[in-house]
Design a protein around this ligand. Structure first.
Ligand code: BDP
Length: 717
């Protein structure tokens, strides 16, 4: 045999035996489209063997290509493209492209720009699957829904889906800086390569847009809320425009965070007073300039008079004065302003949890109609658990947008498996009682409670340059869940976890069942080992990684953990009743009455609202101290259970993703123990009670925990 032929054969053999070239590194997220199992395989082969897709726009083409890609991956064969429906075809179309659809009972007229229907039906004797929408954008969303059904093993022969998003703005907020660092980012550097934009538009931008479109996200704020004026200069507008061009066909609009003092810093003005005509004119000209480059620019997000950021209050004007001036600048172009309510001031001695309400509630009804006030889920700051923000339900005349944090600044960052679905669900299901029972946050946010049409949910993105996008495979679930909750604030976290797990790994119920169980309890476990019973903000300074309930020396009182837990010889917790800060008065009377007494306050929020004696008896019969220790222990134990459960799932998961999760769970186990031990060691100096029987003493003395330093922890601004 000639040497060349021999080498060729050896090379081929090697290739055949070598592992697949594309390892499961998480890049494909939940859009992997692996070969389907029965019965999906047969169903798809007979019900998706051809495709009628007459749409001509770029978005319609993307929808068609995605469907072909999905079916090809799932069945091994791409559907034939045909011009008229035949049995076994998917008919992907808008009414405009297929007037024949009008004959079918589909009611497409009230789908809006994003809604779609998916129906199995027989027309002219041919049995087809229709994916129809009023607009091409709806087609793209419909295709992703169809592929989700196929990937999760749903039955495909009697599909009757009708889906319209409940919120208008489904936005990611990137806290990305222009130097590519990401504030509170734990998944590598920013995916925006500002330096090489606008010329170089790497393939990752389109992949980002596709992934977001697959879960209904329709906008992205590119830069950090702690904004630089440079983002509004001509070179950066051109860079943002390049991204907007890539995102547009996927239905994703670009927004920018605006720095309040930009008119001074880059405009040469002497003031940023919102009532100064020159300032208003500057913003108007700036908006005009942006819209020339990005005709569908979404608008501005503003963090003003918060944590040292400048704002209208510096000129003795209100938040409404500021928001309305900016709103007027973007209004002619159809833009909006998202004005954040995350404010607290160093010179305000009142309970930090009360300050946003105090500032914003009196402004209800004073905002222009293209302003939406963006409110964090809780009144402090993205803690593992917070009661809902009292502004929800308290500003009926103002559209309020929910802000969740997908990046888990306070929930274990990239390495802890703490699925956020239950946090989203818990918040959105909370009842504000604003208009009686059933006035849930979901109804505030989707506008139905007060009849608002400008509605939205924002999530602080956990996306970065890491190959797996989110710093860990399981953090992808939080991005996924965010999109699904933004589309439908009443979806269930468990259903979302099932979808995600089936698509990301395998639809095999022997895998999905246990993994969903792990995920569903994981956030509660983090609450237990970090901040049980309503404790909050006891994380280490700056990077917020790990425990430091002892910190008491920071410049502003409300930056110190001792401000929040208030542990002393008598007990622990923040009295927010009338005898304390009276923050409970910011809730609807029905709820405030309940929160007035520890007996009627949900145990999970106990120490958020009350200062409780160490020997106080909980309904379980345990004293507070004993119960607190048991919560820490339960959190640690749960992580141990997750490790055992994950270990049993090895046969269902590729080695790459299995071992990342295995390693991260080991980190989490170590750190859960650290959290528990440090917290117990510290709080015991106040409680002076012995540990309950069976509870192990902390591994180290308190000063060991106090001495831990992490100067290079990621994400710290
Ligand atoms: C806190 C973060 C800080 C953000 C701030 C905000 O620690 O980095 O700038 O929120 O939301 O959670 O503006």
């Amino acid at each position: 045999m000639p040497m060349q032929v021999f080498c060729y054969i050896v090379a081929m053999l090697f290739l055949a035996l070598a592992p697949a070239a594309s390892a499961e590194d998480g890049y494909d997220l939940w859009l992997r489209y692996p070969k389907a199992q029965e019965p999906v395989l047969s169903a798809l082969s007979s019900r998706a063997n051809s495709l009628v897709a007459p749409g001509k726009s770029t978005t319609a083409a993307l929808a068609r290509e995605e469907l072909i890609k999905g079916i090809k991956g799932l069945t091994g064969r791409a559907p034939n493209q045909v011009s008229a429906p035949q049995t076994g075809a998917i008919w992907l179309t808008t009414l405009a492209d297929s007037p024949d659809l009008a004959r079918l009972p589909l009611s497409l007229s009230d789908l809006g720009p994003d809604g779609y229907v998916i129906r199995s039906l027989t027309t002219d004797g041919k049995s087809v699957t229709i994916i129809a929408a009023a607009k091409d954008q709806g087609l793209l969303y419909g295709v992703f829904h169809f592929l989700r059904l196929a990937q999760t093993g749903a039955t495909l022969d009697q599909i009757a889906v009708r889906s319209v998003p409940r919120t208008k703005l489904r936005l990611l907020n990137h806290w990305d800086n222009l130097d590519r660092t990401v504030e509170r980012g734990y998944s590598g550097e920013s995916i925006w390569d500002w330096w090489r934009l606008p010329d170089w538009r790497g393939p990752r931008y389109a992949d980002y847009a596709r992934a977001n479109a697959s879960i209904g996200i329709n906008g992205t704020v590119l830069n950090n809320v702690n904004a630089k004026s440079d983002s509004l200069t001509a070179p950066y507008i051109a860079k943002a425009a390049a991204l907007a061009d890539v995102f547009r066909p996927y239905g994703i609009k670009v927004y920018l965070s605006a720095r309040w003092t930009a008119p001074m810093e880059i405009g040469g003005l002497k003031t940023a007073d919102p009532l100064d005509p020159q300032v208003a004119a500057w913003w108007k000209a700036k908006a005009d300039e942006i819209y020339r480059a990005i005709p569908d620019f979404g608008g501005f997000l503003v963090k003003a008079n918060s944590e040292g950021q400048p704002g209208p209050q510096d000129y003795k004007r209100t938040h409404a004065d500021g928001a309305n001036m900016l709103a007027a600048a973007v209004k002619p172009h159809g833009g909006i302003v998202m004005w954040r309510a995350f404010v607290y001031a160093h010179d305000n001695p009142d309970d930090r949890a009360k300050q946003a309400y105090a500032d914003f509630k009196p402004l209800d009804g004073k905002f222009a109609d293209n302003v939406i006030v963006q409110v964090k889920n809780g009144a402090i700051d993205f803690q593992p658990r917070e009661p809902f923000h009292p502004l929800f339900g308290a500003m009926p005349k103002t559209p309020l947008m929910m802000e969740f944090q997908i990046t888990k600044e306070y929930l274990g960052q990239s390495t802890h498996l703490t699925y956020l679905g239950p946090l989203f669900e818990e918040t959105l299901k909370s009842d504000t009682f604003a208009k009686g029972k059933g006035s849930t946050i979901a109804k505030v946010v989707d506008g139905s409670l007060e009849g608002h049409t400008l509605t939205g949910i924002a999530g602080v993105a956990n996306i970065g340059g890491d190959r797996d996008w989110s710093g860990s495979i399981f953090n992808q679930a939080d991005w996924y869940a965010f999109g699904r909750f933004a589309w439908n604030p009443e979806i269930s976290a468990e259903a979302v976890a099932q979808e995600w797990a089936a698509q990301t790994f395998t639809a095999d119920p022997r895998f999905v069942g246990p993994v969903v169980k792990m995920m569903m309890g994981s956030r509660e476990a983090a609450v237990n080992y970090m901040t049980p019973l309503g404790l909050a903000h006891v994380m280490a300074t700056g990077h917020h990684y790990g425990p430091a309930p002892w910190v008491s020396d920071l410049a502003r009182p409300e930056w110190n953990p001792v401000y929040y837990h208030r542990a002393d010889a008598n007990g622990i917790g923040f009295d927010r009743t009338r005898s304390g800060s009276n923050a409970i008065s910011q809730y609807a009377p029905q709820l405030a009455r309940r929160l007035a007494s520890p007996k009627t306050t949900a145990e999970r929020d106990l120490l958020w609202f009350h200062h409780i004696g160490w020997d106080y008896r909980l309904p379980s019969g345990e004293t507070l101290w004993t119960n607190l220790v048991h919560h820490y222990d339960a959190g640690v134990a749960y992580v141990g259970e997750m490790r055992t459960a994950w270990d049993k799932l090895r046969p269902y998961v590729d080695p790459e993703r299995f071992s990342q999760t295995e390693t991260f769970l080991a980190i989490q186990a170590r750190e859960a123990r650290w959290w528990r031990d440090a917290s117990i060691a510290y709080f015991q100096t106040f409680s002076k009670r012995p540990l309950p029987a069976g509870a192990s003493p902390p591994e180290h003395p308190l000063d060991w925990y106090e001495a831990q330093r992490f100067p290079y922890a990621p994400g710290n601004p």
